[in-house]
Design a protein around this ligand. Structure first.
Ligand SMILES: [Zn+2]
Length: 373
């Protein structure tokens, strides 16, 4: 009863607020994807208003703005976009400050077209070390030097090259050219932690551009943010270091979005959908191939992709088909850094929380499938 009365009182207020939202809400910054939203929100703090235009719980692969949303986008002082490939609806939007993050972070992280075969090793050899040399060491010079000196470099030196030498080239040779892997792989460039760090830098620059009086504040928060991502990355590298003699393959009953992430850390991720978009049609052949691979690799734990509706149906089919053969699987969530759900948003989930959950679940799946080290 009290609730009903409250509703009666608050309803007119809500309606007024809603109307005023539609007609007059203006944001300083619009972000199109959750990661850059979280970066912008953290770096700008209370100084700027930031809105994620992608509704919570929605796949960016399915999103197209309504005319109201389009107006909010156009009225913002800054648009942080992922790429015109992911967000083609932004191509024709005229705006003074459209920060195309894919273009801004540069081809080092996004352009893999020339990297099949030979270039690829060059890429890892140069860029990767450069990265460690610049960002990482600068960043870590106080606390983490020892750690970087040992683990991180070892990891790059050993695993990464081995991995590239063996698997990756094979992979390139076979599938790659046939399936235009690279064109589409670029679409998820942000899942690579070094690309994500490059994005943080560009987001901070773009924010300082529209709010130069807060330059110092934004740059300080940018460093905090990068430090946090690096610490997650270091933790995962340290864990994976114990498995460097193992050819780790992780399985996800979801779309193919974390290839770049996995490659960076020197393992392989096998996705249920070979395609790079989640709503691609899943054939029964693809489903049975995936189940065969799960069995062949003696997989006990695997990932499912939160948010997207197709995943639970597929996971059910996979579990029940394997259960009929006496094979029990454990499914854990792996966020592919696309978005969060509305309930996660109401609990103020951050990108750091996503990293924390992902790392915990990656550790659990690896321990379950390959044993504790
Ligand atoms: Zn995706």
């Amino acid at each position: 009863m009290i609730k009903k009365l409250l509703m009666l009182f608050t309803l007119p207020i809500m309606i007024v607020t809603l109307i005023s939202c539609v007609s007059s809400t203006k944001y300083d910054v619009i972000a199109t994807l959750y990661p850059q939203y979280d970066m912008a929100r953290y770096i700008s703090g209370d100084e700027l208003s930031v809105k994620l235009i992608l509704p919570y719980g929605m796949s960016p692969h399915d999103f197209e703005p309504t005319s109201n949303e389009m107006k909010i986008i156009e009225d913002a002082s800054l648009i942080l976009l992922t790429s015109y490939e992911l967000e083609p609806w932004l191509v024709d939007v005229e705006h003074d400050n459209k920060a195309d993050l894919e273009e801004l972070i540069g081809t080092e992280y996004t352009d893999h077209d020339d990297h099949d075969g030979d270039d690829h090793d060059d890429h890892d050899g140069d860029d990767h070390d450069d990265h460690d040399g610049d960002d990482h060491d600068d960043h870590d010079s106080d606390d983490h030097d020892d750690h970087d000196g040992d683990d991180h470099d070892d990891h790059d030196g050993d695993d990464h090259d081995d991995h590239d030498g063996d698997d990756h080239d094979d992979h390139d040779g076979d599938d790659h050219d046939d399936h235009h892997h690279h064109d589409h792989a670029d679409i998820h460039y942000w899942t690579r932690p070094d690309a994500m760090i490059a994005m943080v830098r560009e987001v901070a620059e773009a924010l300082a551009h529209i709010s130069p009086e807060n330059q110092d504040l934004f740059m300080a928060r940018k460093e905090e943010y990068i430090e946090k991502i690096n610490s997650f990355s270091d933790e995962l590298n340290e864990f994976l270091h114990e498995y460097e003699d193992t050819n780790i393959k992780l399985f996800i009953a979801g779309h193919n979005a974390m290839g770049e992430f996995a490659e960076y850390y020197g393992f392989e991720i096998v996705s249920l959908y070979p395609d790079f978009i989640p709503d691609a049609e899943l054939t029964s052949q693809e489903l049975s191939n995936f189940i065969d691979l799960v069995k062949e690799n003696n997989v006990l734990s695997l990932f499912l992709e939160p948010l997207f509706e197709a995943a639970p149906v597929a996971t059910e089919t996979i579990s029940s088909s394997l259960a009929s053969e006496g094979y029990t699987l454990e499914f854990l969530e792996l966020s592919q850094f696309h978005n969060i759900s509305a309930s996660e948003a109401s609990e103020n989930m951050t990108l750091f929380d996503i990293y924390r959950n992902n790392i915990e679940n990656i550790k659990r799946v690896i321990k379950s499938n390959y044993g504790e080290r």
